[in-house]
Ligand binder design. Sequence first.
Ligand code: KMH
Ligand code: ZN
Length: 273
Amino acid sequence: MEKLIITAAICGAEVTKEHNPNVPYTVDEIRKEAKMAYDAGASIIHLHVREDDGTPTQSKERYEACMEAIRESCPDVIIQPSTGGAVGMSADERLQPLELSPEMATLDCGTLNFGGDEIFVNTENMIKEFATRMKDQGIKPECEVFDKSMIDTALRMMKKGYIENPMHFNLVMGVNGGISGEPRDLVYLVESLPEGSTFTVSGIGRVQLQLSTMAILMGGHVRVGFEDNIYLRKGELAESNADFVKRVVELARILGREVASPSETREILNLSK
Ligand code: KMH
Ligand code: ZN
């Protein structure tokens, strides 16, 4: 089996310090969390950014400041900005981090309910526009899928030439409004992926540990971090994103899978830059 890529989603757009006081907002907090996650074994930092008061933003300037700070502390880490941003942001707002020419970025492959009255909007035309921008700039998309239909959408986009092969997927499971996080759900998603693609699994909240374990055993990769989960175990808040990364490293050791360095991750994902 190829080595295990660990992604740390250190901040997210929805989780706040009220949920867990260790969620980073400022440039320096983001830099420190990225560094601790990297030292623990993460090779990719999935990045959202915030204003100092925690308000989510897709501002190019804020991304630039955070990316520079992360690169100063961990020069070879892969920084993967979000183009999902936060619910309610416009497409133009969300696209801003692409102006910084990252190696990778997320490409959300469908619209879904996001709790209460919230809808995370990704129309077919938006997906085409985001994918085209990434293709033109040589940015590898991580196709974020929250349900099986979004894999089908990504495949359609690939066949029409908007996304290049081999494709890389993030299977986000356990969001209210998306697919649940039962073992059979993961098997179904993985069996639906095109031959030759790579995938990472983001289990949200309580389904994270079992889905991470399954992903390691099935030859996939793992994403953890405050964006997806704030509890290390029932009733115990994580002190840092690194707590989650360390746990995945330990799981991988027990299950006999080596962890990929950033340069090995670049090879596995065919990153061109
Ligand atoms: N914050 C969610 C609405 C992504 O990063 O591309 C969307 C999200 C997906 O987090
Ligand atoms: Zn995200």
